[in-house]
Design a protein around this ligand. Structure first.
Ligand code: ZN
Length: 160
């Protein structure tokens, strides 16, 4: 069976940045299963998996625009030191959960100057081109319940 909309794809993958550094991998874990055509994974990877079958391997180069988006300078914001807990020592590189208009988001402190803290609320991989090495393990039809929910259930049925 070929990968197409409404199929469940199981795959092993390794994700690298343009320098070849491994950012994420399913190696040593259960393979990743997702429902194709439902936005479960980044669009650029989904597009390149289309038409592949179990047993196939591919190298997918996904530009940032089709991955986690471009780095948006408007999402680098200045906050006041008083907006952070007093007992926390702020350092560049520190990650925390921020409440934004788009809901909770991981943010990173990129600078501290006096009472002003610069915070980047872009996705950590925004602006990064990604390279995936993928081994397609299995392709099957989704169950009606999976299609209704828009995600994969282990074994095809909702657990709990
Ligand atoms: Zn479900």
């Amino acid at each position: 069976m070929e990968i197409a909309a409404n199929n469940v794809v199981t795959m092993h993958y390794t994700l690298r940045d343009p320098d070849g550094e491994v950012l994420d991998s399913s190696e040593g874990r259960e393979p990743l299963a997702y429902l194709h055509g439902h936005g479960n994974i980044i669009p650029g990877l989904e597009k390149q998996l289309e038409g592949k079958s179990a047993g196939e391997s591919l190298e997918a180069h996904v530009p940032s625009a089709e991955a986690y988006g471009e780095h948006n300078p408007q999402r680098v914001v200045q906050a006041s030191r008083s907006q952070f807990p007093q007992d926390v020592e702020l350092k560049p590189g520190m990650r925390f959960q921020a409440e934004t208009q788009q809901g909770p988001q991981v943010a990173v402190v990129t600078g501290i100057e006096g009472d002003t803290v610069t915070v980047d609320t872009n996705h950590p991989l925004a602006g990064v081109d990604l390279k995936f090495a993928v081994d397609v393990v299995d392709v099957r039809e989704a169950t009606p319940q999976e299609l209704e929910h828009g995600h994969v259930h282990e074994g095809g049925e909702e657990q709990e």
